[in-house]
Write a protein that binds this ligand. Sequence first.
Ligand code: BMA
Length: 307
Amino acid sequence: MHSIINRDKVSIIGRYQIPSSNSIFNSAVIPFGNGFAGVFRCDNKAVQMNIFAGFSKDGINWEIEHKPIQMKAGNTKMIESDYKYDPRVTFIEDRYWITWCNGYHGPTIGIAYTYDFKEFFQCENAFLPFNRNGVLFPEKINGKYCMLSRPSDNEHTPFGDIYLSYSPDMKYWGEHRCVMKVTDFKESAWQCTKIGAGPVPLKTKEGWLLFYHGVINTCNGFRYSMGAALLDLKQPDKVLYRSKDYLLAPATQYELIGDVPNVVFPCAALNDDEKVAVYYGAADTVVGVAFGYINEIIDFLKNNSIN
Ligand code: BMA
């Protein structure tokens, strides 16, 4: 069978890759210098969540720091962070911005910036708790920073739609708009319980290509798959196409078996004009990568759209 997205038989980052880790998953990577840098979610053996910087020459073999990122004060005084997880990274104008799920009386969206992946500066949280999956667009839209997010609860949230918000300064966020909601299970069941933005949206001639996760609640718990949507370039709360079929669903050993079985959770994508590599957490245990051709993915969306 010809697939639009193809993954490797093995994961690229193992659960015990640094001495303290129980699992390394839901992590973000970006081109940096002559190679790549990343921010990795490494849960430790007390199963506490934190984020770690890492570097790679080829995007596949990674050296991850053994100590978590220590933040300095950014656009505010230091704010509480009980835990950090599910980072995303993007470059805007002159620096790299990191968003993640920050523990502040429950999960909300933390923001930091760095120039070099050595020193990190923590800014105001974007939203009130509870919120997850905060994902910045890689450029200002209509003169403002723009972020996708998923309002949620303090538990394992059995609901959730994707919204976007604008900010003039990365500190104050508003103009919240709904982007897309869960589906009716009769139309497309894999995304009928909750959805959340994945990697930073990728700019194409036809629109912002957004990979996202969709969840169905089964008799065995949540099952996380990956779909894609194309959003209007100037008005990204307008969905042009959205996948009815998933693009990637748990199927290999390392996606089906792990600390949380049946999870593919995309958090980053690297691309050139033709191809894309999507980095995703697999079964909340390891990091996998899957490859596709951008024009094939866009054709797939046009032919499989639920709109
Ligand atoms: C979400 C987050 C993710 C995780 C997923 C599946 O709520 O905790 O980090 O991958 O659940 O367990």
